[in-house]
Write a protein that binds this ligand. Structure first.
Ligand SMILES: Cc1cc2nc3c(=O)[nH]c(=O)nc-3n(C[C@H](O)[C@H](O)[C@H](O)COP(=O)(O)OP(=O)(O)OC[C@H]3O[C@@H](n4cnc5c(N)ncnc54)[C@H](O)[C@@H]3O)c2cc1C
Ligand code: FES
Ligand code: FES
Length: 1363
């Protein structure tokens, strides 16, 4: 303890948005995000994942460097940054940029004006990532007036690590690019700064002004404080006052040290032994490791390494570059890229195959900018050595011949990185000091040859689902070779260093045997084949590694590409993300109609600026009431077992548990219910048999959310497995045991036409083909959350992020056994729902309510991402068997299907699936059509509504069948689509319930228009040409139409005018980010505009839409099915009509008496005359027009990489019939967002589970939603204004779900490209003998391993053998 006693005890001092914080004690395990969200008023930074994978928590961290007197600042993920590490730093959150009182920042305004914020949950993080990029770009020199020096390409990358599930990113990219001086502002997308017509052209002056220095990121007082204590700080070895936050503080003290030298560090580490033995010590740099390996461990001592100069130095000399272990990846990239003005850098970079710049490029794909800014090089190398972490850095440094130095006690060691990685994990006194990369400059002594005599090549490779990074690779590699030319002209391998990693190994390795084999030889085809054979014997993915064969095929591809390029001196082709060099471009074509002004105007989404500035309140932003407690679920990891016991006592966090709620806590009058629907209900707790893995078993209550989460995660559940029945997981098992849910007769799709006639008419038949479709997780950015507050008389006020307050209210009341009116359920806004908060939000609200009722204290719960993914469920997986009959020209005459839907354990909304699937499947004229559905009950978590439930599958099944027919006939799928497209007659026959006027059937016109505008026919020719000339890249294109029935919702609405003439509106529909409130506001202004002089403009700014409250507005129903916005508009229209009827006579009186008339004078007079200024209405659609059809089409073009299986979406053109759009900006956002979510379903998102049915895709590490680098590089959307449809709400049509189905065009284009690849593969002798290369099923999602498998895992070998 002696050494520790010499430390200077300090309070933790830092600033947030200019506010000084001086904390006498801190829990050192507390993250900056937790502090901001629980201890300050700044709620802008959001918790989306807690693992560095989403960017919702990004803030700017500024440090004042005493030596240089410069501010060093960068974006960081506040969820991983530990609070103690911000000592003497300044934190800027989005609130620090601006707000509604003092004025929003231009970033907030542009996000809003470019319609780049929907639910808004991601927006503060996006704003801060952009802000930090602008700060970095404009640090020195003067940017051009009104602009930043940030380039368009940097602007695009600035937010590439941030996830958004709503917008589809295009609008976000435009908002970011609007700051770049090199952007052509004419090309920026639809925005509210300049209008839509030619007379109102793009003009930078119309953009909210960007002022570089408008925000002070480091307050003067902090600078002054730092300056004042300059000397003591420079030599400081600090200990921050710490205490662990426990219920019992005795014995819970903990320390955070900031040593300033290696000697101090070493002494400190040595001293960490007391009477009870070695203390648990954690060395910390960026702490990002905790995002990878969730650290549930407790530590007694934290040691921050960033104050030690030896660990933060970067040393360069002619022989190489050395990084202190605590140097961040961002700083290392900067150093590796070098400074052109520096002579030494120029020398180091002189070779065009420069090792350093290639390493820098590779490192820039590690994680995301906001992780790289704090993550250290040393931390990464240690993770690679200690865990089996799929490190990129260790692989590239290994190939570059790097070495490391480390210290154990006072002994220093210098070893090669290869030796270091091979060592067993080190003990407690180990310190990694530095990493050294030698120079490979051609004139360097390392080389030994002159440039004329040798060819030197260094390449790095990685294959991951996201080309810009933010996804670990399936495999990576880096190769260094030196070739020398013989007199004969032959190139001989003189030196070779081959490193591979991330393929499922313990750590990155050098393949020495292979290097030895190749050395001294000339690269020939047969040598390559031998080398590949040897490689395959060496690279052995560990048991349990996912996609082992794919990973193996990747390393083969990497090696092939490299050997190929050194043998024939061609540049290597496999540059990940190379396509992303071309910027995203887009076009939005929107027709505006002034018929119902201000309806039809692309006005900004209500509250978008507040969402950007962090002022918008989501449930978890509501300040915790006094005595609030926090809840977390303990869930089962096994199905069909009994709980023998749950052991909390022996866990480290057990002392923090305040209560445990189980089935026994349900009041006598209540029932064990978690959720339910029209079709059935599900229990809150097992009674007694656990039905599925992921089933909640108990609720842990603690003083903070973190303590509750950790205690729940540490709970040890003992299962009784004896005599338990076997679980049913698959639909086949369910069919065998007839385990089905009922389908109400009115939801059973009817047969169309005569099947046997259709079958007998055909020339050809495909009998019993099969399609399997998997699940998809909603990945709303805000996980499930609720806050329940006890009120007088056994009442509860519950705030819930949900899509149906009415449903939650009823279920809570049933669970605790009180009348419905005792429960006030309030929902203001939801951070994304996509169907996942319709039924699945209820268990969380019920759990909080039950705990609050029992404990009579407020209880809140915000699910961590993992629990959310494990217990919430997602889209329905299904198996489809079909028989189809057709003629030689592709005309389909009959289609029979059997659809087996995996519903999981309870009904939820599953019984509506058959109707939904059939509704979209009928988009083609199948001649005759019949479909048999089974809803299978299985021991999996309940599957639920997700955007386009059943509909995306139905529409896709139709396309898969069309493609199958086309492949069988060897004809182009587009002609099969066209020949089977509905005529007006056939569509009326297939869609009996929907009202179809001839002019309403716009699909043929849509396709015709799109084929021309997207230049479809010419591009097909170009693609064939391209494919003929390219061996390892193939392109494909596809045009997919959709027909989608929508059912109009019943919704209540209430409009009240207050004494000051402001207007307050309540609607049953919930604002989920889809712009419902904005459309409602426009409708209120439109109708009340009849009472104004200026068609509603006067009232527009007086309208406020308020939160849904289940006791204020009843019968709210569900916000689902794409039509709640228009129904909510219809409801307020009815309410406004009532007000207009009441107020019109007064208006007429006023205007007849005087010329001066205003809205306020009208309301004053009405008040005087005691007019009722509040009106409610319940909109129930006319049964004859309750449903209608949506039409649209999309053309997508892709390129696949046959070596990696990667897909690039080059271009997508969408044409969508939105009727007369209520707000084209909002609808455009819905269309783009839905399309990109569909890309996730078809291309990226694998929602996997283990053998017990427990979800294993349980975080941002394992579940990859689309990011900026995976959307179409060219993204064109046109909204068709299809005229008048009197029976709908002001001729509008919904836009929330149907555009999702258009994304099948991407999948079909990939199939087109794969066909080309397979033709070549088979002609080279690949594939099975009895297989037809054109006929194959392309699984969903068509991930990289899937595409590669179909193109041939061994396509390299097949190609070489053929040569
Ligand atoms: C979202 C995300 C994505 C990522 N993607 C990638 C990727 O694509 N490719 C890739 O290669 N990596 C990736 N990483 C890993 C990332 O590079 C590492 O987490 C990071 O470099 C670790 O550095 P750190 O400073 O945060 O380490 P910390 O978390 O602070 O420390 C890591 C470990 O090393 C120990 N330690 C740190 N420094 C020393 C030292 N000097 N001596 C002894 N022990 C020490 C710590 O005690 C701890 O056990 C990703 C990480 C995240 C969070
Ligand atoms: S919450 Fe921090 S990155 Fe997701
Ligand atoms: S707006 Fe981006 S997640 Fe909702």
């Amino acid at each position: 303890m002696e050494a520790a006693a010499r430390w200077k005890m300090r309070n933790l001092v830092f600033a947030v948005n200019g506010q000084r914080f001086d904390l006498p004690t801190v829990d050192p395990s507390m993250s900056l995000l937790e502090f901001l969200r629980t201890e300050t008023v700044y709620k802008g930074a959001k918790l989306g994942c807690g693992e560095g994978g989403c960017g919702a928590c990004v803030v700017l961290l500024s440090r004042y460097d005493l030596v240089s007197r410069q501010i060093d600042e960068s974006a960081v993920s506040s969820c991983l940054t530990l609070l103690c590490s911000v000592h003497l730093c300044s934190v800027t959150t989005t609130e620090g940029l601006g707000n509604s009182r003092e004025g929003f920042h231009s970033i907030h305004q542009r996000f809003s004006g470019f319609h780049a914020s929907q639910c808004g949950f991601c927006t503060p993080g996006m704003c801060m990532s952009l802000f930090s990029a602008l700060r970095a770009a404009d640090k020195s020199g003067n940017p051009p007036v009104g602009f930043s020096k940030l380039t368009s390409s940097e602007a695009e990358k600035a937010v590439s690590g941030n996830l958004c599930r709503c917008t589809g990113y295009r609008s976000i990219v435009d908002a970011c690019k609007s700051f770049s001086a090199d952007a052509d502002i004419e090309d920026l997308g639809l925005n509210s700064f300049w209008g839509k017509g030619e007379e109102d052209s793009a003009d930078v002056k119309k953009l909210p002004v960007y002022e570089r220095d408008a925000v002070k990121t480091i307050p003067d007082f902090l600078k002054a404080e730092i300056e004042e204590s300059r000397n003591s700080i420079l030599q400081s070895r600090d200990e921050i006052r710490c205490n662990k936050f426990t219920t019992n503080l005795s014995g819970s003290s903990c320390s955070w040290f900031r040593p300033n030298s290696i000697d101090d560090l070493q002494a400190l580490m040595k001293s960490q032994c007391d009477d009870e033995g070695q203390k648990r010590v954690k060395l910390v740099v960026g702490n990002t490791c905790s995002g990878v390996y969730k650290d549930l461990d407790e530590y007694d001592v934290y040691i921050d390494l960033r104050n030690i100069p030896e660990l933060t130095m970067i040393r360069r000399d002619g022989s190489g570059i050395e990084f202190g272990a605590a140097v961040t990846i961002s700083k290392a990239i900067e150093a590796l890229k070098g400074n052109e003005e520096d002579e030494l850098d120029r020398q180091l970079q002189s070779n065009e195959n420069n090792v350093f710049s290639k390493i820098a490029t590779h490192l820039s794909k590690v994680a995301s900018q906001f992780v790289r800014n704090t993550a250290s090089m040393g931390g990464n190398i240690i993770m690679a050595q200690k865990y089996p972490f799929a490190s990129d850095i260790s692989t590239v440094l290994l190939a570059a011949g790097s070495s490391v130095s480390f210290q154990i006690d006072s002994d220093k060691f210098n070893v090669t990185l290869e030796e270091f990685l091979e060592k067993p994990p080190f003990g407690p006194n180990f310190i990694l000091l530095s990493i050294r990369i030698p120079s490979w400059n051609q004139d360097d002594p390392n080389n030994g040859k002159s440039a004329e005599e040798s060819d030197f090549l260094f390449e790095t490779y990685r294959a991951s689902p996201r080309p810009f990074g933010n996804a670990v690779s399936y495999a990576n590699a880096a190769f260094l070779a030196q070739m020398s030319a013989q007199k004969s002209g032959q190139l001989i391998v003189e030196k070779l260093q081959l490193a591979f990693g991330a393929y499922g190994s313990e750590h990155s390795i050098r393949t020495r045997n292979l290097e030895k084999y190749l050395m001294g030889k000339s690269i020939t085809t047969s040598l390559m084949l031998e080398a590949i054979k040897l490689l395959k014997e060496t690279i052995l993915p560990k048991e349990g590694t996912s996609h082992p064969t794919y990973r193996l095929s990747l390393v083969v591809s990497f090696l092939y590409d490299f050997l190929q390029s050194i043998s024939i001196r061609i540049p290597h082709t496999m540059v990940e993300g190379a396509h992303c060099k071309s910027l995203l471009s887009s076009k939005q074509t929107v027709k505006f109609s002034g018929d119902y002004f201000p309806i039809g105007e692309p006005i900004k989404k209500i509250g978008a600026e507040m969402q950007a500035s962090g002022e918008a309140m989501y449930v978890d932003d509501i300040p915790s009431p006094k005595d609030c407690l926090y809840a977390a679920f303990v869930y089962s990891k096994k199905p069909m077992v009994l709980v023998k016991g749950i052991d909390f006592k022996s866990t480290p966090e057990s002392g923090n548990i305040i209560s445990i709620i189980t089935i026994n806590d349900i009041p006598d009058k209540g029932i064990n219910i978690a959720s339910g629907s029209l079709f059935g209900k599900e229990p809150l707790f097992p009674d007694p048999l656990i039905q599925f893995a992921g089933e909640p078993l108990a609720i842990v209550i603690a003083k903070t959310q973190k303590l509750a989460n950790v205690a729940a995660a540490q709970a040890h559940v003992e299962y009784a497995t004896d005599n338990s029945a076997s679980p049913i997981f698959s639909v086949d098992q369910a069919v065998k045991s007839s385990n089905f849910f009922d389908i109400p007769p009115y939801l059973i799709p009817r047969q169309v036409g005569d099947i046997s006639k259709g079958m007998s008419k055909a020339n050809l038949k495909i009998i019993t083909a099969n399609i399997d479709l998997g699940s998809q997780y909603h990945f709303y950015m805000e996980t499930q959350t609720a806050l329940a507050i006890p009120d007088e008389g056994n009442c509860l006020v519950v705030y819930s992020s949900c899509q149906s307050p009415m449903l939650s209210q009823g279920i809570i009341a049933k669970c605790i056994g009180v009348p419905y009116h005792n429960i006030r359920l309030i929902t203001r806004r939801v951070g994304g729902g996509f169907g996942g908060k319709a039924i699945r939000s209820v268990p969380v609200a019920v759990a909080c309510s039950l705990a609050a009722y029992k404990l009579q204290r407020p209880v809140r719960m915000y699910l961590d991402r993992k629990t959310d993914m494990v217990i919430t469920g997602g889209r329905h997986p299904m198996t489809i068997n079909y028989s189809v009959a057709f003629s030689y020209d592709g005309n389909i005459t009959a289609l029979c299907l059997e659809v087996l839907i995996n519903a999981g354990i309870s009904e939820d909304i599953s019984p509506i699936l058959p109707n939904n699937i059939a509704g979209d499947l009928k988009k083609y004229d199948w001649g005759a059509f019949s479909c048999d559905f089974k809803i299978c009950k299985t021991n999996l978590l309940t599957k639920t509504a997700m955007r386009g439930p059943g509909e995306i599958q139905g529409s896709y099944i139709a396309e898969a069948i069309i493609e199958h027919v086309a492949s069988t006939l060897s004809i182009d799928p587009h002609s099969v689509r066209m020949i089977n497209l509905h005529s007006l007659k056939s569509i009326k026959m297939f869609y009996e319930k929907e009202f179809i006027e001839p002019e309403e059937y716009t699909l043929p016109q849509i396709i015709e228009k799109l084929v021309v505008s997207a230049n479809f026919k010419q591009r097909i020719k170009d693609i064939r040409e391209f494919n003929g000339h390219n061996r390892w890249k193939k392109r494909g294109i596809s045009c997919v139409p959709i027909v989608h029935p929508l059912y109009v919702m019943k919704v209540p609405g209430k409009v009240s005018i207050l004494d000051d003439s402001s207007i307050v509106v309540e609607v049953g529909g919930i604002e989920l980010g889809q712009g419902l409130w904005t459309k409602v506001k426009q409708m209120v202004a439109f109708v009340l505009g009849k009472l104004c002089k200026d068609s509603g403009q006067e009232v527009m700014d007086r309208i406020r839409i308020i939160q849904a409250d289940s006791l204020s507005l009843i019968q709210g129903g569900f916000t689902a099915g794409s039509t709640t916005s228009e129904s909510s508009c219809a409801a307020v229209r009815l309410a406004c009509d009532i007000l207009v009827d009441r107020l019109m006579p007064i208006k007429e009186t006023i205007t007849s008496q005087s010329d001066s008339f205003s809205w306020s004078s009208l309301i004053s007079k009405a008040l005087f005359e005691s007019v009722n200024l509040s009106a409610s209405a319940y909109y129930v659609p006319d049964p004859n027009s309750q449903s209608y059809l949506i039409y649209g089409a999309a053309i997508s073009e892709v390129e696949i990489d046959l070596l990696t299986g990667g897909t690039i979406i080059f271009r997508s053109d969408l044409l969508y019939d939105c009727g007369q759009s209520l707000n084209p900006a909002v609808d455009l956002g819905q269309i783009e967002g839905a399309f990109v979510q569909g890309i996730g379903f078809f291309m990226l998102e694998e929602y996997s589970m283990n053998a017990d049915g427990l979800v294993t895709s349980d975080g941002t590490w394992t579940y990859k939603i689309p990011t900026i680098d995976t959307i179409p590089r060219q993204f064109n959307v046109e909204i068709l204004n299809s005229g008048v449809h009197k029976n709908r709400v002001l001729s509008s049509k919904g836009s929330g779900e149907p555009p999702l189905l258009l994304s099948a065009s991407v999948h079909c284009a990939v199939r087109d490209a794969i066909k080309e690849a397979r033709k070549e593969l088979f002609s080279n002798g690949g594939g099975a003998e009895d297989e037809d290369p054109r006929v194959f099923q392309l699984p969903v999602p068509a991930t990289m391993p899937v595409v590669k498998e179909l193109c041939g895992f061994d396509n390299v070998e097949t190609h070489l053998m053929k040569k």
